[in-house]
Design a protein around this ligand. Structure first.
Ligand code: E4P
Length: 218
């Protein structure tokens, strides 16, 4: 399973890329608004230049024609830009057109395996089941990822599954076990994955033993 970073913050992207563990970025209008971005296109371009892998940027229009027009402009910024399209009938009309033009799409706000199947049928490159938001309403977010992975596997569907709306480390490992191809994680979740108390204790112990040895050797 690969990791994408779920953010529009350039510092977080720079830091994660340098750690060598992140191969793409996902954004959404909330994340972009949080950064106080004035020029959306130039911000997306900056991100796309920082990352070799896919960078998802979301359209705002609700009608297919508007989505397609926005998507063409975003896709022209750099060839790793992927267009995030909401899971609606108009959205799937747009996905069909964009896929015929070779523009990659990430269908977002997916909350059922049926929606994931529709996205794949329309030609989506990625689907994003939202784990945390389903958990928030007392449903089973990881169960959704598992069902989508199973149904895609049964039918040989190549659309990749991005487990999204991940809130903590357990969501990440559970998504991997459930068959997600990619986990998109906020920076805080990514950095929390590194930590284990025994790793910290181990480093501490090695350093102390090394210092003792240095002292003994004068
Ligand atoms: C990513 O593609 C989604 O936009 C994001 O993971 C949503 O996360 P949230 O439910 O925490 O807002």
């Amino acid at each position: 399973m690969r990791f994408f970073l779920d953010t529009a913050n350039l510092e977080e992207i720079r830091s994660s890329i340098s750690m060598g563990v992140v191969s793409g970025v996902t954004t959404n209008p909330t994340l972009v608004a949080r950064e106080g971005v004035r020029d959306f296109h130039s911000h997306v371009k900056k991100i796309a230049q920082m990352v070799d892998g896919p960078v998802s940027a979301e359209v705002i229009s609700l009608e297919a024609d508007g989505m397609v027009a926005e998507a063409r402009e975003l896709a022209a910024l750099r060839d790793n830009v992927v267009i995030k399209i909401p899971m609606t009938p108009e959205g799937m009309r747009a996905v069909k057109v964009l896929s015929s033009e070779g523009i990659r799409t990430n269908v977002t706000l997916v909350f059922s395996p049926q929606q994931a199947l529709l996205a794949a049928a329309a030609g989506a490159s990625y689907v994003s089941p939202f784990v945390g938001r389903l958990d928030d309403i007392g449903e089973d977010g990881i169960g959704l990822v598992r069902d989508v992975a199973e149904v895609f596997s049964i039918h040989g569907i190549e659309t990749e599954i991005i487990a999204a709306s991940l809130r903590h480390p357990k969501h990440v490992i559970d998504s991997a076990m459930a068959g997600a191809h990619i986990a998109t994680v906020p920076y805080k979740v990514l950095t929390s994955l590194f930590h284990h108390p025994l790793t910290d204790q181990g480093i501490d112990r090695f350093l102390k033993d090394w210092q003792e040895l240095s002292k003994a050797n004068g």
